[in-house]
Design a protein around this ligand. Structure first.
Ligand SMILES: *Cc1c(COP(=O)(O)O)cnc(C)c1O
Length: 410
């Protein structure tokens, strides 16, 4: 019998007002935009101010806002000006928005395996995926937990490869004191509804490299050289701008980011504390020198103690109104139809037609860390509107559900 039913609490949800932090700051900024009558960022000041303040906030020389996290990754790749068929090393445990842009740039995603403890790529798994055709590396700091960047950057430097950091889930996360997104060549962020700060949809790219910054700015603006003496469409590019309305909300949200991260860290620490002694549950593993910013709180279950794994625990938690997600993503990205059936441009299968056969070998046994990581992870929701009572409630529900699973076996 489950002992978690007595009083169910409704947890703050990041898909509505209960789990988001919108108030007078956003309203005032939106009012100012509408009063100005200028909704395009090419003429207004809000997006520009947001970009300047975000760059300052994370310690990057240049930041540009764009339409989404997917657009951010696309803009980063476009800035590198890859040739069709070039290989980009990435991870299969990430958002599709981090992968589709590789195909759109006619490059080949080469999936590196992950450390099952964090579900993050490592220098060793990246090295195993390198080839003479590798032109870039994208790392995702999954759940807000930084990759072990020192070894990754050392490898990248030795091979003269740019590193794109996908920090869409990792606002406020740091590695050796520096914000993730500023360690590699280009950093990418998402302002989508469920991230640390949001304007509904949106993204940000950051870099210290002026030439890459220039190409990213142009890419977001159809390749058009605004302000140049003789502007032209210099290369193939899209309109990836956000509007001043989004910029206004993003700017107001940026003022709250540090507090959001601080609250998430405090709540996560309380959860870790409350769950640390539960048999067979591993709290988030954080690499030496890394500071997690807890977009989500990922537990690992020991299969020897919970043979039915995260799905069984998630079912019990659902009864207690805790929306825990086993596996995070249902399957590794390369198991999705876009890769399995090569559904890209018409029936061409381009650019995968340019790939080395080895990079299209998507058998799961080639990715043991990925298989293990996904099989054992349970993702608990957390956000900046969680109070300590919510943390206690989640912790009690997890402890009780885990105890039920253990006693069912005894
Ligand atoms: C959310 C997310 C993206 C895509 O961002 P969108 O704004 O949804 O396009 C990319 N990568 C990661 C790791 C994400 O979490």
């Amino acid at each position: 019998m489950s002992s978690v039913e007595t009083t169910t609490l409704t947890l703050p949800n990041d898909q509505d007002a209960s789990g988001r932090d919108f108030g007078i700051e956003e309203m005032t900024a939106l009012d100012a935009v509408l009063a100005s009558g200028t909704l395009t960022s090419t003429k207004g000041a809000f997006v520009k101010n947001f970009e300047r303040e975000f760059a300052e906030h994370i310690g990057a020389s240049h930041a540009y806002a764009c339409a989404s996290g997917s657009a951010a990754v696309h803009t980063a790749l476009a800035a590198l000006d890859l040739e069709p068929g070039d290989e980009v090393i990435t991870t299969s445990i990430t958002d599709m928005g981090a992968l589709a842009p590789i195909l759109y740039q006619a490059a080949i995603p080469v999936f590196a395996d992950v450390d099952p403890r964090t579900c993050n790529v490592t220098a060793a798994t990246i090295e195993a995926a390198l080839s003479a055709r590798t032109r870039a590396i994208i790392v995702t700091h999954l759940f807000g937990n930084p990759c072990e960047m020192e070894a990754i950057l050392e490898l990248a430097r030795a091979r003269h490869l740019p590193v794109i950091e996908d920090a869409a889930q990792a606002f406020g996360a740091r590695y050796r004191g520096r914000h993730v997104g500023t360690l590699g060549t280009i950093g990418c962020f998402s302002l989508q509804q469920g991230k640390h700060i949001t304007c509904g949809e949106g993204g940000i790219v950051v870099t210290d490299d002026p030439a890459l910054a220039r190409r990213m700015y142009l890419y977001i603006n159809k390749g058009w050289g605004y302000g140049d003496p003789h502007p032209d469409h210099y290369f193939l590019a899209l309109n990836y701008r956000i509007s001043e309305l989004q910029g206004a909300v993003a700017l107001a949200q940026l003022g709250k980011l540090d507090r959001h991260v601080e609250i998430r860290r405090e709540r996560a620490a309380a959860l870790t504390n409350a769950l640390a002694d539960v048999p067979g549950l591993e709290v988030p593993y954080v690499y030496d020198g890394a500071e997690h910013s807890y977009w989500k709180y990922a537990l690992r279950l020991d299969p020897a103690i919970y043979p039915e794994g995260p799905p069984a625990l998630a079912r019990l938690l659902k009864d207690a109104n805790v929306a825990a997600v086993p596996r995070y993503i249902a399957k590794p990205a390369f198991m999705c139809e876009v890769f399995q059936k090569r559904r890209t441009f018409g029936t061409s299968a381009f650019p995968l037609t340019l790939a080395r056969p080895e990079t299209l070998d998507y058998r799961l046994e080639r990715f043991p860390g990925t298989a293990e990581g996904l099989a054992h992870v349970l993702v608990l929701p957390i956000n900046e509107r969680y109070e300590l009572e919510h943390v206690s409630y989640v912790a009690d529900a997890v402890r009780s559900a885990a105890a039920d699973l253990r006693s069912a076996r005894a």
